[in-house]
Design a protein around this ligand. Structure first.
Ligand code: ADP
Length: 647
């Protein structure tokens, strides 16, 4: 609630009223209050509580017969009496209706300002006597001034609440308010004139009062209906062009709040995985709707598509969104709608007879809301697809340029060595010749690795299944890989590689694939952590698995990059990786191959800050997916064999 602003406006009204009063008393036009203040105040309180609501924006403006009482007061009482009765009557009406303190203060302030303005105008126009046309006209004009002033005060406070322009709000319901006040003032005038003839004649206006009350109610309802549909169309046009889903949901909640004069509104929708979520719009802004509130609102509808439930049936989780809730209006899109949407609006205004109309308006709007949400979803899907396409294109370009660089570099080095050998063959010493041949071998290996990577890429992208049906002796495998690396890089270049086996000896896998993963991990450790020792460790894992880890003492990989390095074409330090060659495919392929082998590959920090890559594989044999061998029998065989070898 924007109470400070309301209190400031109230203070302004009272200040203006005081100024007017001072000016009027200077001119000698204010007399003293009379005893009639009490019955007139009671009359104002009575007509004030028999109000009709004209809905305006998210709020309702009360139309009453107060001008009838004002006209009589102006003709029969001193201006000070009019002021006292108007203020006292408003306060009584508010207290009777248990209005909050801010509203009591505001109504008293605007009544004071209106009474003073009306009284001053009446005093200026009045020429004396009660039974002449000039006095009647002065009373009618003064009552209109009274009504316009209170309407102006209400519009000012609504402008603050809705952060809208004062003139727009003032003009929006000026016509019904002016009409109602004119009719009401005329009734008051008729009563006053009849009273002059004989007091009992006042009763003659009773049928007119009843008729007028009924007709104003009907007019107000009609006008409210018209306004709601105008707002429905305006709301639909405002949300039509939005694209971001959250922005759409927030705007739909805001529009729903305006449509049914709510204090807060929730717009919910269901994700593809069947979870409902929502966004709340209130005077405090936009926030995520608590899950319990979304579920409770869904439960309230229980099969129906729209409803308005009274405050005692509103669940606590929903009420918490707007504590002074008097009722909750709900509408849900039906099965045929483009997207599932639920709108729930919490109203702080006390109940009236427009319940069904409000539900109807929200139900009409929820159809549009479903379309808007579906539209935003489609837009997001198209954007994602586009971004994915752009990313694929970029990846393809990167890939082509990296592959051509990676193919050219070793080829150029190999050709250089071979051509030198041919040209200078007899002039070269043996060690020079060996050096050139070593270079060729190393570059040929690099080329071979590249071709293997490309072939594996094709295989993993085809999702080819790999049988894990060979008992691979890990110590031998590591030994062979180390020997290969020693030949490729030279014994001096290779960091010490230590193999630790906690007693397992073999793992069930595809030898070729396992070699590919382990050699890639050891090669990476040699490339990116050349300084310290490398440890390859084989140990049993949890849940019938074995773990094969490769740890190094290098710079390690920052926690934020530990998942990223497994993506295709990701190379962290461009300067070092360019120097080392590679396509940024190695770890991606290792992880894919690990999955093909029925296991996983993860990265953590090794003690001392280096990297530790852990390959977790099933401890038991997985049969060849293409064969129809009895899986259970094969597993038993595997288990027996594994434990035999481990022991
Ligand atoms: P490539 O070696 O071809 O660049 P990889 O997929 O094998 O591609 O590795 C991706 C990136 O991960 C490397 O470019 C490197 O930056 C980083 N990386 C891989 N292994 C290690 C390691 N043991 N220590 C530090 N960084 C590493």
């Amino acid at each position: 609630m924007k109470h400070p602003q309301v209190l400031a406006l109230t203070a302004l009204h009272l200040g203006l009223a005081a100024l007017l009063a001072v000016a009027a008393s200077e001119a000698g036009s204010l007399g003293s209050p009379t005893l009639a203040v009490v019955p007139f105040a009671a009359a104002i309180a009575l007509v004030g509580s028999l109000h009709m609501n004209v809905e305006l924006g998210r709020h309702a403006v009360s139309v009453t017969l107060v001008e009838a009482v004002v006209v009589v007061m102006l003709l029969f009482m001193s201006p000070a009496g009019v002021l006292a009765a108007a203020v006292f009557g408003e306060v009584l009406a508010c207290v009777w209706q248990r209005q909050p303190l801010a509203k009591v203060a505001f109504n008293a302030g605007s009544a004071a300002l209106a009474a003073i303005a009306g009284a001053v105008v009446f005093q200026l126009l009045w020429t004396g006597g009660r039974a002449n046309g000039a006095a009647w006209a002065a009373a009618l004009v003064a009552a209109s001034v009274y009504a316009t002033t209170t309407h102006g005060c209400t519009s000012a406070v609504l402008a603050v609440f809705e952060t809208a322009r004062f003139t727009r709000i003032f003009a929006a319901s000026l016509v019904p308010v002016a009409l109602a006040s004119l009719i009401s003032a005329t009734i008051g005038l008729a009563a006053a004139v009849l009273y002059e003839v004989t007091p009992g004649a006042v009763l003659l206006v009773a049928p007119l009062v009843v008729l007028m009350a009924a007709e104003t109610r009907r007019l107000a309802a009609q006008r409210a209906e018209q306004l709601r549909f105008e707002r429905l169309y305006a709301a639909s046009s405002r949300t039509g062009g939005l694209t971001s889903l959250r922005e759409v949901m927030a705007t739909l909640a805001e529009e729903s709040r305006s449509l049914v004069t709510g204090a807060a509104a929730v717009c919910c929708t269901m994700d593809a995985d069947g979870t409902w979520w929502g966004v709340v719009r209130s005077d405090d802004g936009v926030s995520d709707a608590p899950v319990e509130a979304v579920e409770a609102s869904l439960a309230l509808l229980a099969g129906a598509t729209d409803a308005e439930v009274a405050s005692d049936r509103v669940p606590g989780s929903v009420r918490a969104l707007s504590p002074a809730t008097e009722s909750l209006v709900l509408a849900r899109s039906d099965e045929t709608a483009a997207a599932p949407v639920l709108l729930a609006v919490l109203r702080q205004l006390s109940g009236d007879d427009h319940t069904q109309r409000r539900s109807d308006v929200l139900a009409a709007f929820v159809g549009h809301a479903a379309l808007t949400v579906a539209n935003a979803r489609l837009y997001a899907d198209v954007e994602d697809a586009l971004a994915h396409q752009v990313d694929l294109n970029r990846q393809k370009d990167d890939f082509v340029s990296a592959v051509s660089h990676e193919l050219r570099t070793p080829l150029a080095a190999m050709m250089g060595s071979v051509l030198t050998l041919r040209r200078l063959d007899d002039r070269l010493k043996t060690d020079q010749r060996i050096k050139l041949l070593d270079v060729s071998c190393r570059q040929a290996k690099r080329l071979q690795r590249l071709i293997e990577e490309l072939l594996t890429l094709a295989s993993v992208e085809n999702r080819d299944a790999v049988p894990a049906d060979q008992a691979v002796a890990v110590a031998e495998l590591v030994e062979e890989i180390t020997d290969d690396l020693r030949t490729q890089r030279g014994a001096d270049e290779l960091p010490p590689i230590q193999f630790v086996d906690t007693g397992l000896g073999t793992v069930w896998s595809s030898e070729q694939r396992l070699r590919q993963v382990v050699s890639n991990l050891i090669e990476n450790a040699c490339k990116y952590a050349p300084g310290g020792a490398i440890e390859v460790r084989l140990e049993p894992g949890s849940d019938d698995t074995v773990r094969l880890s490769v740890s190094d003492n290098g710079p390690g990989i920052a926690a934020a990059d530990r998942e990223r390095v497994f993506e295709r074409f990701v190379q962290l330090d461009q300067s070092s990786t360019r120097a080392q060659g590679g396509l940024g495919l190695g770890l991606y392929l290792c992880r894919e191959v690990a999955a093909q082998l029925g296991g996983s590959l993860t990265l953590s920090e090794a003690p001392g800050g280096g990297s530790r890559f852990t390959l977790t594989l099933p401890a038991t044999r997985r049969p060849d997916p293409s064969s129809h061998a009895d899986a259970g029998g094969a597993q038993d065989l595997a288990r027996a064999s594994t434990s035999g070898e481990a022991a």
